[in-house]
Design a protein around this ligand. Structure first.
Ligand code: SF4
Ligand SMILES: [Zn+2]
Ligand SMILES: [Zn+2]
Length: 332
C-alpha cells in the first residue's frame, strides 16, 4: 500500500477515509485535521488562552503537542488522583507529563494534587462513600477542578483529548438509556452557559483512537500505555468493544453514528431538552449545579474539614442529609 500523496510505502491506512499515508504525510494530515475541527466547531482562536487537561495518556499528550505545533497558547493541567492500582498509576502518569515538558521547553503546567489540596486521594473519597469503584467521584472531582482552574487562571477554553471512540461509546450508552439531558450536553464545544462554567472543547472528537495512537507513536511521544486500573471492566469499555465489532464489519460506522447525531442535534432534535435545564450557582463554590444549594462536588466533601483550598465547605454551611456518592447528577 502506498501513500496517496507521495507514493512511498504507507505507514498508516484509514479504511473509513479510504486513505493511506506515509509517516510524514500522516503527521501533517493529523495536525491539519485538528485545525479543521477547531475551525469547524469554532472552538478557539489564536488569541485564546487554552488549557489542556493532561493525564499522561496518548490522547491528551497528543492534543497538547498538536496545539503547540499549531501555535496556540496552550498550557497543561494535571490532576493528581492518588491512584496506585498496584502499578503506581498516578506517579507513572505524572512522569510521562514531566518527560513531555522536558521535550517541549517553555510550556506551562498547572498541577492540582487532590490529596494535598483536599486531604484525600480519589480512591479514599470513594471508599469513604462506600463506592465499589472511584469513577463517579473521579469524574466529579476532575470536572470541578478543571473548571475551577480554567476560570481562576483566565483560560478562555478548556480542552480535553476525548477521541471519537470515547464520544461514540458515551453516545451509545446514553442513547440506549435515552438519557436525553446527557445527550443534549454531548458536543464538540460546550459554551459557558453560566458564569461559573468554563467553555469546553474536544478538538480530537473526530479522530479514531487508533489515529491518535498512531500520531503519538509516530511523533515519538512517550505516553503511558497502561489504562487506569479502575477502567478494567468498565461499561464504557464494553460499549467500545461492541462498537469496534461494528466498525470491523462496517468501516466508518462509528464516525457516521457520531456525526449523524451531531447533525440531528444541530437540527434541533434536542432543543426541547436543553430549554428545560436550569443551572443554579452552588452556595459554596459558585460553580453551576442543577439542584439548588450545594453542588455535587461540595456535597462530596461536606463531611470533611479541609483547609488548603478556598473552594471547600466553610464551617458555616449547614451540612445536612449526607448523600451517598452522587452519581451522574450534574449534567453541565
Ligand atoms: S477509570 Fe477513569 S474515571 Fe475511573 S478512576 Fe480511573 S481515571 Fe478516574
Ligand atoms: Zn507520503
Ligand atoms: Zn460547590
Amino acid at each position: 500500500m502506498h501513500c496517496r500523496k507521495c507514493h512511498q510505502t504507507a505507514a498508516f491506512n484509514m479504511r473509513h477515509h479510504k486513505l493511506a499515508l506515509c509517516q510524514d504525510h500522516y503527521l501533517e494530515w493529523f495536525v491539519a485535521q485538528t485545525q479543521k475541527t477547531i475551525e469547524r466547531y469554532k472552538m478557539f482562536g489564536r488569541d485564546d488562552k487554552v488549557l489542556v487537561a493532561v493525564s499522561g495518556g496518548k490522547d491528551s499528550l497528543a492534543l497538547w503537542d498538536v496545539l503547540l505545533q499549531l501555535g496556540y497558547q496552550a498550557d497543561g493541567l494535571y490532576i493528581g488522583q492518588g491512584i496506585d492500582g498496584g502499578i503506581g498509576y498516578s506517579d507513572l502518569s505524572r512522569q510521562k507529563i514531566d518527560i513531555f515538558i522536558e521535550q517541549h521547553t517553555g510550556v506551562k503546567l498547572h498541577v492540582v494534587d487532590v490529596d494535598q489540596v483536599y486531604g484525600q486521594t480519589i480512591p479514599q473519597v470513594a471508599d469513604q462513600h462506600r463506592a465499589s469503584k472511584p469513577c463517579s467521584a473521579c469524574g466529579l472531582i476532575k470536572r470541578h477542578i478543571m473548571n475551577r482552574v480554567a476560570l481562576e487562571e483566565g483560560y478562555t477554553c478548556l480542552t480535553t483529548g476525548h477521541n471519537l471512540d470515547d464520544e461514540a461509546a458515551v453516545l451509545f450508552l446514553n442513547t440506549l438509556r435515552w438519557q436525553t439531558q446527557y445527550l443534549a450536553r454531548q458536543s464538540p464545544i460546550l459554551e459557558a452557559t453560566h458564569p461559573g462554567l468554563a467553555r469546553k472543547a474536544k478538538p480530537f472528537c473526530r479522530f479514531y483512537e487508533r489515529e491518535t495512537a498512531a500520531y503519538a507513536i509516530m511523533r515519538g511521544l512517550d505516553y503511558l500505555y497502561a489504562e487506569c486500573p479502575y477502567a478494567v471492566g468498565s461499561t464504557t469499555i464494553t460499549y467500545k468493544n461492541l462498537l469496534n465489532e461494528l466498525e470491523d464489519a462496517q468501516p466508518g460506522a462509528k464516525l457516521h453514528f457520531y456525526l449523524s447525531f451531531l447533525s440531528a442535534r444541530d437540527a434541533g432534535f434536542l432543543d426541547v431538552v436543553t430549554e428545560d435545564v436550569v443551572l443554579n450557582s452552588c452556595d459554596n463554590c459558585g460553580q453551576p449545579t442543577t439542584s439548588p444549594g450545594l453542588c455535587a462536588f461540595c456535597r462530596l466533601w461536606q463531611n470533611r474539614s479541609i483547609g488548603k483550598d478556598t473552594h471547600v465547605i466553610p464551617v458555616s454551611v449547614s451540612l445536612v442529609g449526607t448523600p451517598v456518592m452522587p452519581v451522574g447528577e450534574e449534567i453541565y
